[in-house]
Design a protein around this ligand. Sequence first.
Ligand code: FES
Ligand SMILES: [Fe+2]
Length: 375
Amino acid sequence: MTIHPLSPRLDHCPESLPRDAYIDPDWFTRELETVFARQWLCAGRLGDFPKGTLRRRTLGNAPVIVIHGEGGLSAYHNVCRHRGAELCAEDRTAGRLITCPYHAWSYSAADGKLVATGPAKPTADFDPSSHGLLPVAVRIWQGFVFLNAGPAPAPLTADVPLAALDNWPIAALQVGHRWEKEVACNWKVFWENYSECLHCPGIHPELCDMVPIYGEGIMGASEALGWTPEQPVRPNLRDGAESWTPDGKPCGPMFPALTDEERRRGYSFVTIWPSLYVVAHADYVRAVRIEPMSPRRTRLTVEWYFPEITLAQPGFDAGRVASFARTVLAQDGAAAEMNQRGLASPAFTRGRLMPEEYELHRFHRWLLKAMGEAA
Ligand code: FES
Ligand SMILES: [Fe+2]
């Protein structure tokens, strides 16, 4: 059967990544030094960086500080230009100066410029203007803070245009529920699981009930063998459901600026490798942050965002709304851990992708390119 040119199905079954990619400490270190040192990484929400504070974060192997000053957010490597001491050992309020605890070099918190060298009296050959803090690029999208420790950051991009969520007032939403979890798998295993629905019929009974096409093992109609664009479009959500909540009913007022199509779709995903995906529903929004901890451990930070008016409803229970996606995420976490345990077997060398796993294939090519380009 021919594959329609608009279908994302693969026309072959490519190999997956080698086993080392999931277990080998050297591979993991290479990823930290290339991908995580050069890509935009989500560091949280703007609300996690209150005005007047200094917050520490780590990008790959790079410790950085984020300062919310008068002019907004700025970020620097957490390293003194004198002899490389760590500048800030803890989160604190941001003063006018950042002073190194070792020999008291001081930098302006506003622009990172070196303003004093403590008791040291440099000679004329020393140029303070070329010894400011090393900057880290900052970009804010929909209230999410992205940092890039690389020397020449490319623009922030996602799998779809970033404007895809422009009709959602995400920056103005409040965190109603938060869930942190460490999963015993390589960070890529979690992304891979996110990137296909072949596992949905076996792993996600509740989700397949909510989104009938997932029960067929595909994420969208265009993935089906024999699909053509002329086929009538079926709704994503089951009859009567409007959002991903335990009963399918919206948990509060719908976002007013959504188009009919955006409301009807039931969910809109935006994926920003390697650290974030956002799922926007007609009444609330959810984001999942993915951080590698070690070759075999990954931290997930999941947040649910709601409008004030929804949170203020008498008896509103954000945890109940979140329980639907938490069930699904727990199933995905268990599947990823099962995958990791098998990948660790010395009998396994590398897998083979199916035509429906086009997104995994795209992820693998993206990763190898990002590792190769930076190496
Ligand atoms: S290392 Fe910071 S002042 Fe010496
Ligand atoms: Fe899943």
